[in-house]
Design a protein around this ligand. Structure first.
Ligand SMILES: [Zn+2]
Length: 170
């Protein structure tokens, strides 16, 4: 029994999004009802854009670290979702009776496993989901390490601990 059912067309769309942004990381949300995903929300990765270091979401240490890197380097180590697009996506879910189920992003060169940065970001967000009246999402990774054979894996990240989540196509 899968934790989450992701229909094949949606899995295909995730791979298409990852390929469209390669070599940058893509990111977004999946939403649906019950255990079944029905919608993809692509969210802009502001780390891959110039000026990302000025984003209000960063704390001082992160800004100083990120500002030393080129946009290419930044995109490959991290993703930060555009806050306004996140807000609009959640609002649209509520309007359509959908639940946020998954936060996804791609790894253009690395395996479909959460990086140290990914776990740190998930940690930072753990309290925010509850504050927004949302349940803890599953984290999904799309790896393009093997360009011809994308690898999709999902995880629970709770209190810094990573455990695989079971996903299956419909
Ligand atoms: Zn990552």
């Amino acid at each position: 029994m899968a934790d989450l059912v992701i229909p094949q067309p949606i899995l295909d769309e995730l791979v298409a999004h990852a390929r469209a942004l390669d070599p940058y990381e893509c990111c977004g949300f999946l939403a649906g009802t019950g255990q079944t995903v029905s919608r993809v929300y692509r969210i802009k990765n502001i780390v891959s854009l110039e000026g990302a270091a000025d984003a209000a979401a960063f704390d001082e240490a992160k800004v100083q670290h990120l500002s030393r890197l080129t946009p290419d380097e930044r995109a490959e180590i991290a993703f930060i979702m555009d806050a306004q697009e996140m807000f609009h996506a959640v609002k649209d879910m509520r309007k359509n009776g959908l639940t946020l189920q998954v936060v996804y992003h791609s790894h253009p060169h690395d395996p479909a496993r959460p990086s140290v940065t990914d776990i740190k970001i998930a940690d930072d967000w753990e309290e925010n989901w509850a504050r927004l009246n949302l349940t803890l999402p599953i984290y999904l990774l799309i790896s393009l390490k093997d360009k011809t054979c994308p690898d999709i894996r999902a995880y629970w990240i709770k209190k810094g601990a990573v455990t695989p989540a079971r996903i299956g196509p419909a």
